[in-house]
Write a protein that binds this ligand. Structure first.
Ligand code: NDP
Length: 448
C-alpha cells in the first residue's frame, strides 16, 4: 500500500524495486515508514538530508562461507551473515540467529528493526544482526562447536567490543555463545566483552537469560495498567517454548496470569491449570526434545498438532514469542473473536501487516516487538557496562534496572504517540521515538 507522503513513498518504492525478493525486509521497512509521515512533515531536515534513504541501507553487510566437518567426517557448508545497519548512536548491536530459514532478507529485517529497538532502550547501541542457515537441532555438541568455531573464524575480523557486539537469537543460546566467544578470544588473543549472553563464569550478566521474557511482561503490565487492566486473573497464550517464551511464562504467572497454551514448531499444548515453565525448561533447554513430551510430565495437558492453531485457544492476553509472521489475518480475527484484550509482541515482527490492521482496528492493545521485546538487548547493554567496569551486578540490581527501563520505554512510546497526534498508538510511538534519536545523531554527524 502506498505511503501517504511522496518522499517516504519514493524511498520505499526505490527499495522495493532494488530488492524485490527481500520480502521480510520490505515488510519491516514499510511498517516503520508509514508511521513516520508526521515526523517528516514536521521537520524538513530529514528529507533535505535524505535521512530515510540512508537509514534503509545497511552501512555494511558481510556474507561468508562457513565450512565445517560433521561427525561422519563429511564436509558441510553453510552461509553466514552479519549486517551492520546503523552506528549513529553506538557500536552495532544485535543477535545472531541460526535457523534454516535465515537468508539476507531475514537478517536485514531484523537488523533494521534493531536500530529503533536499541534507540528506545536509551543505551548507546547501534543496530546490527547476523546469523546462518545452520540448524543446530539434531546436531551433536561437537558438531555445533565446530560450526561455531568456523563461523567465528570469519566473523571475528568484523566485530569488536567498540565496533560490533553480537548476542544470541533463535538457535543461539549459552552453548553457542560460549563456543564463539572461546574462538574469538583464541583468534584475537584478548578478553573483551565482544559478545553478550555469555556464561556467568566468564563475563555474563545475571538476568540476561530471563531478560526478554521478563521485559515483555513488564512492558505489557505497564501498558495494561495505563488502560485500567492487568495480568491478574487473566488467561495467557504464549507461543514458542524457547528462551523468550519460557521466561514470559514465568513472569506472566508471577504477575497473576495463567499461561494456558504454549507451542513449538510442531504443535501446541493447552492446560487450563497453567503450564509449568520449569517443565518446559527441562524439555527444551536440557533435553532439547519436542513440546508434546510435556504430556509425559503433566498428563492433564492436551497436545494439538500444528502450531498456528494456538491462536484459536480462548484466552485474554496473547504473547507471541516464536517467530516472524506467526499471526496472520485469520489468527488475528480468531483472537479478536475470543475477546483478547491485548497482543504484546515478544518475537520480532510476529504479526503480519494484515493482522496488525485487524488487531488495532478492533481496539485491542498492541505493542510492536521493537518496544516490548527490547529488554534482551537492553540487558545486553547492561552486560557491556559490567564488562567495561569489570564488575558484576546482582540479579535484583539488573532486574530492577530492566523493569524501570521497560516501563520508561512504554512511557516514551505513549508520550510520543500523543505528541504526534496518535494517542494510544504504541506502534507509531515506538517507531517515531526510536527514529528521532538516530535521525538526529545522523543529522549531527553529516553525510556519512
Ligand atoms: P528460541 O530458539 O529459544 O525459541 C524459539 C521458539 O519458537 C522455539 O520453541 C521454536 O520451536 C519456536 N519456533 C521457531 N520457529 C517457529 C515457527 N516457524 N513456527 C512455530 N514455532 C516456531 O528463540 P528465542 O526465544 O530466543 O527467540 C524467539 C523470538 O524472539 C525471535 O523472533 C527472536 O528474534 C525474538 N527475540 C529474542 C530475544 C532474545 O533475547 N532471545 C530478544 C529479542 C527478540 P522449536 O522448539 O520446535 O524449535
Amino acid at each position: 500500500m502506498a505511503i501517504n507522503n511522496a518522499y517516504l513513498n519514493g524511498v520505499y518504492e526505490d527499495l522495493a524495486g532494488r530488492y524485490p525478493e527481500q520480502t521480510e525486509f520490505l515488510e519491516a521497512v514499510h511498517e516503520v515508514l508509514e508511521t513516520l509521515v508526521p515526523v517528516i512533515e514536521a521537520d524538513p531536515r530529514y528529507e533535505q538530508q535524505n535521512i530515510i534513504g540512508r537509514i534503509v541501507e545497511p552501512e555494511r553487510a558481510v556474507m561468508f562461507r562457513v565450512p565445517w566437518v560433521d561427525d561422519a567426517g563429511k564436509v558441510q557448508v553453510n552461509r553466514g551473515y552479519r549486517v551492520q545497519f546503523n552506528s549513529a548512536i553506538g557500536p552495532y548491536k544485535g543477535g545472531l540467529r541460526f535457523d534454516p530459514e535465515v537468508n539476507l532478507s531475514v537478517i536485514k529485517f531484523l537488523g533494521f528493526e534493531q536500530i529503533f529497538k536499541n534507540s528506545l532502550t536509551t543505551l548507546p547501541m547501534g543496530g546490527g544482526k547476523g546469523g546462518s542457515d545452520f540448524n543446530p537441532k539434531g546436531k551433536s555438541d561437537a558438531e555445533v562447536m565446530r560450526f561455531c568455531q568456523s563461523f567465528m573464524t570469519e566473523l571475528f575480523r568484523h566485530i569488536g567490543a567498540d565496533t560490533d557486539v553480537p548476542a544470541g537469537d533463535k538457535g543461539v543460546g549459552g552453548r553457542e555463545i560460549g563456543y564463539m566467544f572461546g574462538q574469538y578470544k583464541r583468534l584475537k588473543n584478548e578478553w573483551t566483552g565482544v559478545l553478550t549472553g555469555k556464561g556467568l563464569s566468564y563475563g555474563g550478566s545475571l538476568a540476561r537469560t530471563e531478560a526478554t521474557g521478563y521485559g515483555l511482561c513488564y512492558f505489557a503490565d505497564a501498558y495494561m495498567k495505563d488502560n485500567g487492566k492487568s495480568f491478574e486473573g487473566k488467561k495467557v497464550i504464549v507461543s514458542g517454548s524457547g528462551n523468550v517464551a519460557i521466561y514470559a511464562n514465568q513472569k506472566a504467572t508471577q504477575l497473576g496470569g495463567t499461561v494456558i497454551a504454549m507451542s513449538d514448531r510442531s504443535g501446541y499444548i493447552v492446560d487450563e491449570n497453567g503450564i509449568d515453565y520449569k517443565v518446559i525448561k527441562v524439555i527444551k533447554e536440557q533435553k532439547r526434545a519436542a513440546l508434546k513430551t510435556y504430556l509425559d510430565y503433566v498428563p492433564t495437558a492436551t497436545y494439538v498438532e500444528g502450531s498456528t492453531g494456538i491462536w484459536t485457544v480462548k484466552a485474554d492476553i496473547a504473547l507471541p514469542c516464536a517467530t516472524q509472521n506467526e499471526i496472520n489475518e485469520e489468527s488475528a480475527k480468531a483472537l479478536v473473536a475470543n475477546g483478547v484484550i491485548g497482543v504484546f509482541e515478544g518475537s520480532n515482527m510476529p504479526c503480519t501487516p494484515e493482522a496488525i490492521a485487524v488487531i488495532k482496528g478492533a481496539g485491542l492493545l498492541y505493542s510492536p516487538g521493537k518496544a516490548s521485546n527490547a529488554c534482551g538487548v537492553l540487558c545486553s547493554g547492561l552486560e557491556m557496562s559490567q564488562n567495561s567496569e569489570r564488575l558484576s551486578w546482582s540479579f535484583d540490581e539488573v532486574d530492577s534496572k530492566m523493569k524501570g527501563l521497560m516501563e520508561g520505554i512504554y512511557a516514551t512510546c505513549a508520550a510520543t504517540a500523543a505528541k504526534y497526534g496518535m494517542p494510544g498508538d504504541i506502534q507509531a510511538g515506538a517507531n517515531i521515538a526510536g527514529f528521532l534519536k538516530v535521525a538526529d545523531a545522523m543529522l549531527a554527524q553529516g553525510v556519512c
